[in-house]
Design a protein around this ligand. Structure first.
Ligand SMILES: Nc1nc2c(ncn2[C@@H]2O[C@H](COP(=O)(O)OP(=O)(O)OP(=O)(O)O)[C@@H](O)[C@H]2O)c(=O)[nH]1
Ligand SMILES: [Mg+2]
Length: 269
């Protein structure tokens, strides 16, 4: 039967049932925070307002001097059973914060796990598109470097150039086919995180994103990129430092040798 012969209302129901299963998947968003006291409450509300049925949040706070941890505890009381806080004693880096959040999300039974910055650089309204993408992939990546993706237009040209160079540097050395390997807005299927050898990951700055992208690529995981606009943080200060950039520059070369044993291993069929 031709779809045009089906009454409008029925077509609507058919299209909903075709496109909607991903909306019911239980998703946990991991939010690392260090001094994000102004951003966190607004971001949490924006995430809980998404048209997704079962969303939870795990905040990983490193004893932020601006009391983000206390604000997160208040949010946990406001959203019982939906928001959890992991407190760590001191600033210990983005990579280990994400891994702590991922492990907790897996323990709690999440079917999909998202990671994003807590500073509104990553567009919350792209969640639905990312969820749709991961419905048919192992990882969905918010990408600044595919057609339709872009960086904050207020950034000076040198900053855009630096971001582009860091991405091109890592992609070229590691031979990655993803267009954006340094981006931190991603959704993983549960199975994907269970497959990645997270216990071997040592990168702590933004090169953490590169290490995960490299592992996914070595294991032959399927990824989809969704264009995003990467905005300047809403408030607060960047934690990007020269040390973190240096770590990235060296670590990329180190990764080449570290995972030789994984080359050609296809993990997920
Ligand atoms: N728990 C934890 N969170 C961190 C740490 N370092 C950074 N973050 C958080 O990680 C996210 C990204 O950090 P940013 O400072 O925004 O760094 P960035 O996005 O790479 O750089 P900008 O583009 O300059 O903002 C933010 O939500 C930070 O609060 C850390 O050591 N521990
Ligand atoms: Mg940021």
């Amino acid at each position: 039967m031709k779809l045009t012969a089906v009454p409008w209302a029925m077509r609507f129901v058919i299209s909903l049932s075709r496109s909607d299963p991903f909306r019911e998947i239980n998703l946990t968003v991991v939010l690392p925070t260090y001094n994000e006291v102004e951003n966190l409450p607004k971001l949490v509300c924006a995430i809980f307002d998404l048209p997704l049925q079962d969303v939870k949040i795990i905040v990983v706070d490193d004893n932020s001097p601006d009391n983000t941890g206390k604000v997160a505890d208040n949010l946990a009381r406001q959203f019982p059973g939906r928001l959890k806080v992991i407190h760590r004693n001191c600033k210990s880096g983005l990579g280990t914060a994400y891994i702590a959040g991922f492990n907790q999300a897996l323990k709690d039974g999440a079917e999909a796990i998202a990671q994003m910055d807590s500073d509104f650089s990553h567009p919350v309204d792209k969640f639905v598109e990312l969820m749709r993408a991961v419905d048919d992939a192992d990882i969905a990546l918010g990408s600044r470097y595919v057609p339709g993706g872009s960086l904050d237009e207020r950034w000076p040209i040198w900053r855009k150039g630096l971001s582009w160079f860091a991405n091109a540097y890592a992609r070229t050395i590691l031979g990655l086919s993803m267009q954006d390997v340094t981006g931190g807005f991603r959704i993983y299927r549960r199975k994907t995180l269970q497959t990645l050898p997270l216990e071997r990951v040592r990168s702590n700055g933004y090169v953490f994103q590169v290490e995960i992208a490299y592992l996914a690529s070595l294991l032959g995981l399927k990824f989809k990129e969704v264009p995003i606009y990467f905005a300047e943080r809403k408030s607060g200060r960047s934690k990007m430092s020269f040390r973190i950039q240096l770590e990235a520059a060296f670590r990329v070369w180190q990764l080449l040798g570290l995972y030789k044993d994984l080359k050609g291993k296809m993990a997920i069929q």
